[in-house]
Design a protein around this ligand. Structure first.
Ligand SMILES: [Fe+2]
Length: 429
């Protein structure tokens, strides 16, 4: 006798099957049973689908949260964009992504950051008008997202991108506007859904828009920071210039010391932040001369012993003027200790060797070199080659040997040996 099975729900909710006999009155039950089996299969498929979808959403949320943290961890515009684009590719499963920004002066869009070699070419070469002739132009003009399912057939597709990038083919893309304080400042694009053959879904566009909001905020923060940083540097430069104006004989000494220090830095293992600190330190190295009496500062003759004593106060004066400026605390060492000597016979504190901040040891060489090659009211500047030899002779006594070695490399390779035209230099460098 054939057997059928009926469904019984256990107290735990699990479905169990029980053997039944094949009597004629069981036929409706069998039909119902089959219906139930189909329903269960459909339910199981739906559960699997929802589970996959939920897992994907959770991953996206985790990625979004990481993304937000990443964006807020840096104020460097390029770094922010690079991270944003990498996260966009992960989140939307797309081949590449780019950020285009608006050049408001020229009313054009330009690729600011784009991933890969093709993106690098676009960043360097391509510009787009803000109008209907390109997808990004359309987004920048309208402030609304655009989804392109087939780029080859879309008249707005920037066809020259393939030509410029050596054959990179855009299959499909989504472009969303980047809004900062109420106006469109750029466009974020996600290009070529993965795998090949797949298309972007409506939820991809929503997701890219969410990313776009965060990118725009991060970009805005980064820009505000850059503006603030710019104002800070302008103030520092104005301060440095004020000493040049007060001391007419310096004739660009500060700028030359900055230049020489940066030339030397190229041959030392310094990171970008350290180089920036060196630049500021060199810029401010003599700012304490603001507090030195004009009769000494402008004296067109060598200083006597008493005058030298006063002049030697300028590093400490500079420190007392700027010591309270929190944002300068990392650069003050270069200013305060640029007259210290490697052998400990310098001033103001007589520090020796590595006790002297490294930046100050670099400024010391740059400062001494410029002082030697500059013409003073009472003597002609030295020949650059002779000044170089003098620096080398004082390697390990007045100057840090490592800095002198870097200076020699810079002297050979960075045109430091060329005489600076019209430079005059005041007494008491
Ligand atoms: Fe000085």
């Amino acid at each position: 006798m054939p057997e059928t099975r009926s469904r019984r729900a256990s107290p735990s909710g699990m479905v169990r099957w029980k053997k039944e006999s094949g009597k004629p009155e069981d036929a409706p039950k069998k039909a119902r049973l089959k219906e139930l089996q189909v329903e269960i299969l459909a339910l199981q498929q739906e559960i699997r689908r929802v589970t996959v979808l939920t897992q994907r959403k959770v991953q996206q949320l985790e990625e979004l949260s990481r993304f937000s943290g990443l964006l807020n961890s840096s104020l460097d515009l390029r770094e922010v964009e690079q991270r944003a684009l990498e996260a966009t590719c992960r989140l939307l499963s797309c081949e590449t992504a780019s950020v285009l920004l608006i050049d408001f002066e020229r009313a054009e869009l330009f690729w600011h950051t784009a991933l890969g070699q093709a993106g690098k070419i676009l960043v360097e070469t391509a510009r787009l008008p803000i109008d209907d002739r390109s997808v990004a132009g359309r987004v920048a003009m309208s402030g609304e997202r655009v989804v392109v399912a087939d780029a080859e057939r879309d008249p707005r597709h920037f066809a020259r991108s393939g030509e410029l990038t050596g054959g990179f083919k855009t299959r499909n893309l989504i472009a969303v506007p980047l809004y900062a304080r109420g106006r469109v400042v750029g466009v974020l694009e996600a290009i070529n859904k993965r795998p090949v053959g797949a298309g972007f879904e409506p939820e991809d566009a929503d997701l890219l828009e969410s990313l776009g909001h965060q990118v725009a905020i991060a970009l805005d923060n980064s820009r505000l920071y850059q503006d603030l940083r710019g104002s800070f540097y302008d103030t520092v430069e104005a301060l440095a210039e004020s000493i040049e104006k007060k001391d007419s004989y310096t004739g660009g000494h500060t700028k030359r010391v900055v230049h020489f220090a940066l030339c030397i830095a190229k041959y030392l293992p310094l990171n970008q932040e350290q180089v920036e600190r060196l630049r500021l330190g060199a810029l401010l190295h003599d700012v304490g001369k603001i507090g030195i009496d004009d009769s000494i500062l402008r004296k067109a003759a060598p200083l006597d012993e008493a005058e030298w004593k006063v002049m030697k106060r300028h590093p400490e004066l500079g420190h007392s003027i700027l010591g309270r400026v929190e944002s300068l605390k990392d650069v003050l060492g270069a200013m305060r200790f640029h007259h210290e000597r490697w052998d400990g016979k310098g001033y103001p504190l007589g520090l020796r060797g590595e006790e002297i901040p490294f930046m100050a040891r670099i400024v010391a060489v740059a400062d001494a070199y410029d002082a030697m090659v500059s013409t003073r009211p009472y003597r002609k500047g030295m020949d650059p080659g002779a000044a170089r030899d003098e620096i080398v002779q004082n390697r390990g006594t007045q100057f840090d040997p490592r800095v002198v070695d870097a200076f020699c490399q810079a002297f050979e390779n960075e045109k430091m040996g060329q005489r600076t035209k019209g430079s005059r230099y005041a007494a008491g460098d």
